[in-house]
Design a protein around this ligand. Sequence first.
Ligand code: DMJ
Length: 563
Amino acid sequence: MGKKSSSSALPWRSTGGCRYLHPSDYRKSPKRLPFLIFTFIFFNYFLWDLHALSDAHQVEELKCKLKGSGLQTNIFVIGNSNRIEMKEGILDDEDPVSIERRQKVKDAMLHAWNSYEKYAWGKDELQPQTKNGVDSFGGLGATLVDSLDTLFIMGLQEQFQRAREWVANSLDFNKDYDASVFETTIRVLGGLLSAFDLSGDDIFLQKAKDIADRLLPAWNTASGIPYNRINLAHGDAHNPNWSGGNSTLAESGTEQLEFIVLSQRIKDPKYQQKVETAIKKIHKIFPSDGLLPIYINPHNGTASPSTITFGAMGDSFYEYLLKAWIQGNKTEAVKHYRDMWEMSMRGLQGLIRKSTPSSFAYICEKRGNHLADKMDELACFAPGMLALGSNGYGPGEAEKFIALAEELAWTCYNFYQSTPTKLAGENYRFPTGKDMTVSTRWNILRPETIESLFYLWRLTGNKTYREWGWNIFQAFERNSRVETGYVGLEDVNTGLKDNMMQSFFLAETLKYLYLLFSPPSVIPLDEWVFNTEGHPLKIVTRSPDERDEHLFEVIPEKSVAVV
Ligand code: DMJ
């Protein structure tokens, strides 16, 4: 037997069925070519169909599993009374991976909530390591109230009912305590209003009115800019010493959504008037780049020299300019909010710099004329805000804003990925040649990056954002989950744990994660607007006469002094 030539050893040179794969065969008999094409298409269709069938099978299997475990995911329907009702079930077109991930997030919420119920019921926050509650907000049941809507959205009805009974029977605001106007508004007032909008249960509205009435005297200043602290029992308001008597920008401009909702729901304009007078005052000193320093003098309404930032003490002021416009259904009555926001976004673009060598985009802080290369994780709400606001621009401009949002989200995601625990520190520096280094190393379970991933997923449909969110969730599970709840880290490099389960972990972090793995029809963005603590509020169109035409004059072309 002679030795085979090396080429004849190749399968497509053999004389069996495989010879049909060799091009020379078709040169000899071209009639066979259509047959090959047909076979190829049929085979691919068959494979695709098999794949689809197995996906459908997995969904069915998962549905059965969820039914068996009693941990069904819920969907919403509008009931007869025009209120939202929870119905158990799974939407048909969902992919099994997202259903499973959503379930894992719901399990995490149950773990956090059960720990709170067991060790800190009715207290503001749980300290998981020492298994006790603490009243860090004056004893207003902050975690309980902050969790109401998350429980509702996740379909945790028994837990929601128990919390509702506590609100009805034990929530007492008559506290001789100097409360933060901002924190009490976004967590307690926002939480109650959202629970009302979702459930239609009047008890939440009654309690919302009670706390808003106690906060309202904080706006009785010469300028209409609110003091940041108020005694809930006596109504005495003041600013803390550390701010030199100033109010902070975020604390003065982040109550609009909640107070406007309250005015709309109980048909009393006085709450809305107070918070809009503060915006009117801020409008008067608004510089052409739309960027204000973090300290405002409540006596004369001027800006005090201080840092400009999208991080701590600045952040949600910019967020609420956009969201008040969305809340007002983007009508003429709220156009001034949008105009102010667009000016601020021009200012924001001037603060963007790129790291070396990897070109991560980041938002600088501004002190006087100097740009500082520091960015808080808190500023990671900005990608979500930019994406949300992009649709008010024309086509070319909108894409630019989405692109910037995506670049910033990539940076924020890398705040997490760049540490050994894969959890982000509190803030970052961007030294030349080193991209990013973590500066303040604690992580307190903050939500901002996940919030932005949620908006980007909803608004671009890019599934990558779901993957990033999942990776961050797993890092929380690895580092922050303890037997008695979830804790923050004192150091994201070593993984050393702290002893606090922040209420926003339940209000925001877990809610945005759950929504990231839910279909867009759960709390749709054209019907709801989220307050800065992650509480969805129903959008109700404002009538034109709700805007006082004289409140907003043309903005003067001037800048504000900063250090
Ligand atoms: C929350 O209370 C709110 O998101 C607020 O706007 C900023 N800080 C925390 C979460 O980090």
